[in-house]
Design a protein around this ligand. Structure first.
Ligand SMILES: NC(=O)C1=CN([C@@H]2O[C@H](COP(=O)(O)OP(=O)(O)OC[C@H]3O[C@@H](n4cnc5c(N)ncnc54)[C@H](O)[C@@H]3O)[C@@H](O)[C@H]2O)[C@@H](O)CC1
Ligand SMILES: Nc1ncnc2c1ncn2[C@@H]1O[C@H](COP(=O)(O)OP(=O)(O)O)[C@@H](O)[C@H]1O
Length: 296
């Protein structure tokens, strides 16, 4: 039995029905996602986010990769539209006209990364997912934090942050141990600091926002403690939020659903004997697609 201070549990598979496709739907109805990251040595992070986005149903998945060499070498998933993230980010975004943006997996901390994050924070009125190195950049730069707050003031509940405890500690100028010692206080502090929807990852992931008290996800397991699992979550939120624009699923609902699907699919795979040891993010993507369609 949860005590009076325990957060309520996520229970949102009913949202999946809203993703039901009209027989005449086109890819435009499923939305265009632009995912930004993949600096040298970390191309895999943005490719995993892209594969998750594709398999969770986005209409178009565009990868803007900061590593030019890797951008020309992603042949194994031909459905992904892979581009080299050119220096003028604002012009690129204006041309692409995304329905949803995610930034951060493998983004690094170069000047180009800063330029893209600055342009993304200025891009108006679409769902935005901020993860990994994009969170680290914000934690080091008061101007970026203020731009994030300004964006949330202008467009409330259109930005979600997905820190793991290490990234949360950087944002809060704290330590991972302190974050883990009181996760509820930590997520409240992150919401207060950033005015965003926040997903605090780790065992029993929490989600909260300026308009929502924390909810927790009791699903999930230690088989998910492998590099790339968070990249899959980021791509999944983006796919659900992009479809949500024409299917009346807002970013809060898309984020809750992605967290629950991500953790539940990991549990289903472990029950099938796929993990916990050696469960891969690529397997989790296919597992999430199955759980989504089983509840469709
Ligand atoms: N295939 C790839 O190219 C991958 C690239 N990645 C990228 O690598 C960069 C660095 O990210 P990392 O997250 O690996 O490294 P970080 O240095 O950001 O975070 C790792 C540290 O955070 C803390 N931490 C994380 N999860 C925790 C938990 N559940 N409980 C307690 N403490 C926890 C620990 O102190 C840990 O050492 C990011 O840009 C990321 O996107 C990763 O996504 C992994 C896959
Ligand atoms: N022991 C665990 N129990 C439940 N979920 C976990 C556990 N370890 C990791 N996860 C989940 O796996 C994901 C890991 O994300 P993250 O650390 O950002 O990975 P990466 O940056 O390597 O992609 C998060 O969604 C987190 O909640």
């Amino acid at each position: 039995m949860p005590d009076a201070t325990s957060p309520n549990n996520l229970n949102c598979f009913a949202y999946i029905k809203r993703l039901k496709r009209d027989p005449a739907e086109s890819k435009a109805d499923a939305g265009k996602v632009v995912l930004i990251g993949g600096a040298p040595g970390m191309a895999g992070a943005i490719v995993l986010a892209g594969k998750a986005c594709l398999h969770l149903g986005a209409g178009w998945t565009v990868l803007e990769m900061l590593d030019a060499a890797s951008a020309h070498l992603v042949p194994e998933q031909a459905e992904l539209m892979v581009r080299f993230a050119k220096p003028d980010a604002a012009i690129e975004l204006a041309e692409l006209k995304p329905d949803c943006i995610a930034i951060g997996p493998g983004l690094g901390n170069s000047l180009a990364a800063m330029d893209w994050l600055t342009a993304v924070l200025a891009y108006p009125a679409i769902p935005l997912i901020i993860d990994a190195d994009a969170l680290n950049l914000i934690s080091q730069n008061e101007t970026l934090l203020q731009r994030l707050r300004n964006r949330n003031q202008a467009f409330p509940l259109l930005t979600v942050l997905t820190p793991h405890p290490g990234e949360a500690a950087r944002l809060l100028n704290s330590t991972g141990t302190q974050v883990q010692d009181d996760r509820i206080a930590s997520i409240r502090a992150l919401v207060e600091l950033t005015r965003s929807i926040v997903i605090l990852k780790g065992q029993h992931t929490l989600i909260a926002s300026p308009a929502h008290t924390p909810l927790q996800c009791l699903q999930g397991n230690a088989g998910m403690a492998t590099g790339g699992m968070g990249d899959v979550l980021t791509g999944s939120i983006a796919a659900l939020a992009a479809q949500g624009i024409r299917h009346e699923l807002d970013l809060w609902e898309a984020s809750c659903l992605a967290v629950e699907l991500h953790a539940s699919a990991a549990d289903a795979l472990v029950n099938q004997g796929v993990g916990p040891i050696g469960l891969t993010p690529a397997e989790l993507i296919l597992g999430m697609r199955s759980v989504l369609n089983q509840n469709y």
